[in-house]
Design a protein around this ligand. Sequence first.
Ligand code: NAD
Length: 459
Amino acid sequence: MSYEHELQVLDPATEEVVATVAAASPEDVGAAVTRAARAQAEWAALAPGDRARLLRRFAATVDDHVEELARLEVREAGHTLGNARWEAGNVRDLLDYAAGGVERLTGRQIPVPGGIDVTFLEPLGVVGVVAPWNFPMPIAAWGTAPALAAGNAVLLKPAETTPLTALRLAGLALEAGLPEHLFQVLPGEGRVAGAALVEHPGVAKIVFTGSTAVGREVLAKGSAHLKRVTLELGGKSPNIVFADADLEAAAASTPMSFLDNAGQDCCARTRILVQRTVYDRFLTLLAPAIESVAVGDPADESTQMGPLISAAQRERVRSYVAPDADGIRGKAPEGPGFWFPPTVLTGVEPHARVAVEEVFGPVAVVLPFEDEAEAVRLANGTPYGLSGSIWTRDVGRALRVSQAVRAGNLSVNSHSSVRYWTPFGGFKQSGIGRELGPDALTAFTETKNVFISTEGPAQ
Ligand code: NAD
């Protein structure tokens, strides 16, 4: 197979080359799996308290390097500095939270006649984490932290465009005293290094975050070995605004509900559904909020939105927005960098491409609805089911709509972000399985049931 031997990392705000990184071949992946399997056996044999202590030390080491990791994220992913600091801190928190679960990862004793029945939660072995470029650090850690805590080894394949923070995290793990080869990073192309991980019989589970199209392929290829998979895929999430809502608060919070990370967020609320009786008023409130979003140098502390990740991504986003389309447009810098202005399209048909496909850029549509039933129908009118927001002052309606919308993560009168201590994942074609939250470690174990007879051997 022909493949790139090097990855060039570009700064999306300037298009300058930041670094060149060696890309893993299928043979490199195979060798890494062998090393990881050895390290895993030793890791799983450690006392739980010792594993927990090492993971807490890893968290503390990350904490000591938050600023360095954040600056690296700004350079390779164009994230705003504020977001990047939060992301590095999130890795620390995920490690701390997972470390707290190591000694609490207990099985059960189940009453059965004639003996004792117990369950063990055993590690899976070697886990492959395939991460996207949109939140390189947190998403890598969503899989890595609980997998390590549950006694597994981890091979992390970062996205082609964003390998630098992942490589640095692997270095910090060693500094913190984690065993060599327990957590390895394999930068490389998805169809080469990623596919090799998915197809390797020595990898017990794949945690994949990325597009629905590649997720389907991972599921199909992994099935050759009945591989365990968690899939975190695309989204096209609604932001439902009822006439009885606090419209000022809803409008003020709407811009960053889909512009955060330049809209390259699987949870971006890109379908703004507004009850017809307040549609005009809502747009009047929304326009100045969109126009005043600060778009620019991501390293500037006051910037709210940076560039898109690449020229290819900007072309993709452009293909959804006709130059003369009606709507509201914000500002974006001219010149080098992959910029696209905040954009809200009006007068769009509910079934138009831009209204149902994931754009993954700073583009949303506003659609009017008549009543609660139509709001729910529109909200559920895509193949995705990841997130969504509901704005209303009516508690009954908030609960009814929360139950009727087929999505894994909803927020009422807010656009809540992902929390490491609550479960996260998608309905429908947004994914399979859940990450984060109190059950995160269990997803990286097999349950073994053992029955011990108390009757003694038959005479
Ligand atoms: P992508 O599917 O192109 O790539 C994701 C990762 O998979 C990358 O590391 C890539 O190299 C690798 N990959 C590509 N082809 C592969 C193959 N054949 N086998 C194995 N690995 C392969 O996605 P992307 O463009 O990097 O990320 C954007 C997508 O991720 C969006 O659709 C977004 O919604 C989704 N996403 C979902 C969540 C979630 O939690 N649901 C979170 C973030 C991003």
